[in-house]
Design a protein around this ligand. Structure first.
Ligand SMILES: *[C@@H]1O[C@H](CO)[C@@H](O)[C@H](O)[C@H]1NC(C)=O
Length: 416
């Protein structure tokens, strides 16, 4: 393999690639992978001046690609000296984006798919560096593929070599994400500029972005929560296919949510083993680190969702996301209390046209807020949901977001 040429073409000859000891360049290209047959030197996505018809070799409309990485500290995920992978997203050139583009390819058992198609090394890496917070990593992988990967034009099945195994394009997605992430050692880049995690020190946005630009060559965006950085996103245009094209670094088209000064880069506490489900065993040395924020820290990974009206429970949600007084469904929650996705046995849950439903191919982001001793589901800043009528017996009602319908209630998340 023309490794040097590949590296140069993959990341632009002018961009220095710091290869620290933990980043073995050979490893980047040793895995089994399909080939797109596309040129990786043509027009970069979002840079064309006339229409390009071969959308298998030109990423469109999602030609503004970004690789977000998490720095999770509450609870911590992943190694204490590495950021972790969030995903690879195909934004449209104007920053809007498509999502969940093909529910028929919303694969489950990503781990099995990777193992079966010669990408166990990618899977091993993901097990360490592509971490979910408070739920299984597999759930996050499935979510990222279904929500973002299925929207990539160059990964449509018609673009694959004939005879490709089912799911080969998802395997290619994960291989590419891991390959890219290995060229983006955020922790090392910050450390090279003397910036290391601390519970008290603060930084300016300019200092943080300058340190990352020195490594990446372009300016990434940084997101903060309560003044602490928790996410970085590196942006690219792409020449060729997501499978094996050239990712060209570009400046983030807009700044993230961090303020310009006073940014904390918190220490990963090693509290990733927080006891979410304490059985009646003795709590030994697990020190209870009380969170400084009022937001709930423990989000159950499996829960039933109860409807609470005037202080009393009236049934709850079934697997399609309807309100009923029949036996409630178990939902899987993936993410953190401030941002998570929900799914039932029918599929992911989301809001479309103001109606909550599961298994319709829509996935939305929810948050949870505490109210007394309840953990309430919140959508778009509101914990109110409503239906036309109160269900009984075998009748079910659609759940609308907001309190606009005659029967208003909140939805309480109850760990199973
Ligand atoms: C770039 O190509 C895409 C896909 O053919 C097309 O939709 C878009 O309009 C083109 N952009 C310009 C500026 O011509």
């Amino acid at each position: 393999m023309l490794l040097g040429a590949l590296l140069a073409s993959a990341f632009g000859a002018s961009v220095a690639i710091p290869l620290t000891s933990s980043l073995n360049p050979v490893d980047l290209f040793s895995r089994a992978s399909i080939s797109s047959g596309c040129s990786s030197t043509g027009t970069a996505s979002c840079s064309n001046t006339s229409a390009i018809s071969d959308q298998c070799c030109f990423e469109t409309p999602g030609g503004l690609l970004l690789q977000p990485q998490f720095w999770d500290t509450d609870p911590s995920t992943g190694p204490s000296d590495s950021w972790t992978i969030h995903g690879l997203w195909p934004d449209n050139c104007d920053g809007t984006f498509e999502q969940n583009c093909d529910s028929s390819r919303a694969y489950t058992d990503i781990a099995g798919l990777l193992s079966a198609q010669g990408s166990s090394d990618t899977l091993d890496f993901m097990n360490t560096y592509w971490k979910n917070q408070g739920a299984s990593d597999e759930t996050l992988w499935e979510h990222e593929w279904a929500k973002h990967g299925t929207c990539m034009s160059t990964l449509e099945t018609k673009c694959l070599p004939s005879g490709s195994a089912k799911g080969a394009e998802a395997v290619a997605y994960f291989n590419t994400v891991v390959k890219l992430f290995k060229t983006l050692p955020t922790y090392e880049w910050l450390k090279d500029a003397g910036i290391t995690p601390s519970s008290s020190q603060t930084h300016t946005l300019a200092d943080l972005t300058a340190a990352l630009k020195a490594g990446f060559g372009s300016t990434p965006s940084l997101d903060c929560d309560s003044g602490a950085v928790y996410q970085v996103s590196y942006y690219y245009h792409l020449k060729g296919s997501v499978i094996d094209g050239t990712f060209v670094p570009i400046n983030a088209p807009e700044a993230g949510s961090c303020p310009s000064t006073g940014i904390k880069y918190l220490v990963k506490s090693g509290s990733s083993t927080t006891t979410t489900k304490t059985t009646s065993t003795t709590k030994t040395s697990t020190s209870t680190t009380t969170s400084a924020t009022g937001a709930p820290t423990g989000l159950p990974t499996k829960a039933t969702i109860h409807a609470v009206q005037n202080g009393a429970q009236v049934g709850g949600l079934l697997s399609l996301g309807t309100w009923s007084t029949q036996t409630l469904a178990t939902f899987t929650l993936s993410g953190s209390a401030t941002s998570f996705t929900l799914s039932s046995s029918k599929g992911t849950c989301g809001v479309s046209g103001g109606v909550f439903a599961c298994g319709s191919g829509v996935s939305s982001t929810f948050s949870a807020v505490t109210s007394g001793n309840l953990l309430l589901l919140s959508y778009d800043g509101s914990t109110s949901f409503s239906s036309d009528k109160v269900p009984s017996g075998t009748t079910v009602y659609a759940v609308n977001t907001g309190g606009g319908d005659s029967s208003v209630y909140t939805l309480s998340i109850v760990s199973t």
